[in-house]
Ligand binder design. Structure first.
Ligand code: PSV
Ligand code: MN
Length: 424
């Protein structure tokens, strides 16, 4: 569902006066605001196809109504988000949940909405109808070569779909691991997984990247075969320079210093991409920045510092994606909040006085170092992000427009109350 440009203009008009005032106030002492705005305008965050509906938990799912019923409708929903915030210009597909029946048609549709295809994701964590062997005890790690082969062939198919759509990366997240001590030979599980990843890696087109996502636990609760960044880094290093580690913020044990992980992976040129979300306990898949926005800011500080150090392009050289699940919120509203939280943390990180911080570090001035970081963090950068949206014809207040125009109600009327988008 696309909305009329005139509707966005009509929404912006009454908000303009206040926006101009706020923008002038916050930017008064910011040097290089135009460069910052250019960076914000280029920065796009991919939306995963599975986040457009309610995910629920294993205890139940309470639908939002009007959820997309097909890949086409998922693309429509992301097109709408992108129209509202001009920062959601890509979609990430999960195969087999989103197998396009006609790749060219899907490509054309996405292009109409100004969307690119981000990483394609394989799924060897669920059994699919008609599949000959089961993933109950893992996929690439499995003791049975037939299961390993099935998982490899699936990943090759995912690459094929990705090529047809113009995607340039494959994300492999394995649920492999064990639930009980003694169930698994860790060494053999690692070797089997590595051998499988090697076969998949060798099928990657020259311009593609492979992201290896790690996760501390769940669905396996005793061991995970790609359980942390060290293990992911090990696979990625052994595979070659097209293989990278992917950091999903919810996949760490409590209190992990994710910012330090990010800094080191970047320095080793092995950080490939991000799955943004927030969590209190584990892989809670909550709205980005809803629990600990300061940690998000600190992560962005390391990202910006590390990328600048390596002269990387902020928008293009890493994969940026949200990976969230919505239980009680409207998925589209949640995604608007998540994108806003990412843009806020990114903008605040761009404001850090890096020279002064380096000087404070060289002088072991810990008080000054903290002041410098928090000076940036405590700046209300929302008018800067709104200005970036305004300059691109998007909405000054996307969430407000979504509600005022009763977009969910329209979607429910069109698609029905009990629809389902996700494969979980
Ligand atoms: C696993 O928890 C994960 O983060 C992976 O990225 C999956 O592809 C995604 O969630 C959807 O299940
Ligand atoms: Mn993820």
């Amino acid at each position: 569902m696309l909305i009329e440009k005139t509707m966005i203009a009509a929404h912006n008009e009454p908000l303009l006066k206040k926006h101009i005032r706020n923008y002038a106030f916050v930017t008064e002492n910011i040097l290089g605001i135009e460069e910052i705005l250019a960076k914000l305008i280029n920065f796009q965050i991919a939306i995963p196809s599975w986040a457009l509906g309610t995910g629920g938990t294993r205890f139940g799912r309470f639908g939002a109504g009007g959820e997309p019923r097909s890949l086409e409708e998922k693309i429509e929903d992301i097109g709408l988000l992108h129209q509202l915030n001009n920062a959601s210009g890509a979609i990430s597909l999960h195969i087999p949940w989103d197998i396009p029946s006609d790749a060219n048609k899907i490509k054309t549709l996405a292009a109409e909405y100004g969307l690119l295809f981000d990483a394609v994701n394989s799924n060897t964590f669920q059994d699919q109808p008609g599949q000959s062997v089961s993933y109950k005890f893992g996929s690439l790690q499995h003791v049975n070569a037939a299961v390993r082969k099935q998982a490899i062939v699936h990943n090759l198919e995912v690459i094929k779909h990705g090529i047809e759509l113009g995607s340039e990366s494959l994300t492999v997240w394995l649920a492999d691991g064990s639930c009980f001590p003694g169930q698994l030979n860790f060494r053999k599980a690692f070797e089997n997984t590595l051998a499988g990843l090697k076969e998949i890696y060798s099928a990657l087109p020259a311009n593609w990247k492979m992201f290896i996502e790690y996760k501390a636990y769940e669905p396996n609760f005793y061991s995970t075969t790609v359980g942390d960044w060290g293990q992911s880094y090990l696979y990625a290093s052994k595979l070659g320079n097209k293989a990278y580690t992917l950091v999903d913020l919810g996949h760490h044990l409590p209190n992990a210093n994710i910012q330090q992980i990010v800094a080191l992976l970047l320095n080793e040129q092995k950080l490939g991409g991000f799955h943004f979300n927030d969590s209190k306990y584990g892989d809670d898949d909550l709205t980005v920045g809803s629990i600990d926005p300061y940690q998000l800011f600190l992560i962005f500080h390391e990202l910006v510092e590390g990328m600048d150090n390596r002269k990387m392009n902020h928008a293009k050289d890493l994969g940026w994606m949200i990976d969230a699940s919505h239980n009680v919120k409207d998925p589209l509203e949640d995604l608007l909040q998540s994108v806003e939280a990412i843009m806020i943390a990114y903008t605040q990180a761009l404001l850090i006085d890096t020279n002064a911080l380096e000087e404070a570090q060289l002088n072991n001035d810990t008080v000054k170092a903290q002041e410098i970081l928090q000076e940036a963090y405590r700046t209300d950068v929302r008018p800067i992000i709104a200005e970036a949206r305004l300059r691109n014809g998007a909405a000054l207040a996307p969430l407000q427009l979504f509600r005022d125009q009763k977009i969910r109600e329209t979607l429910i009327k069109k698609r029905g109350e009990k629809t389902m988008a996700t494969g979980l």
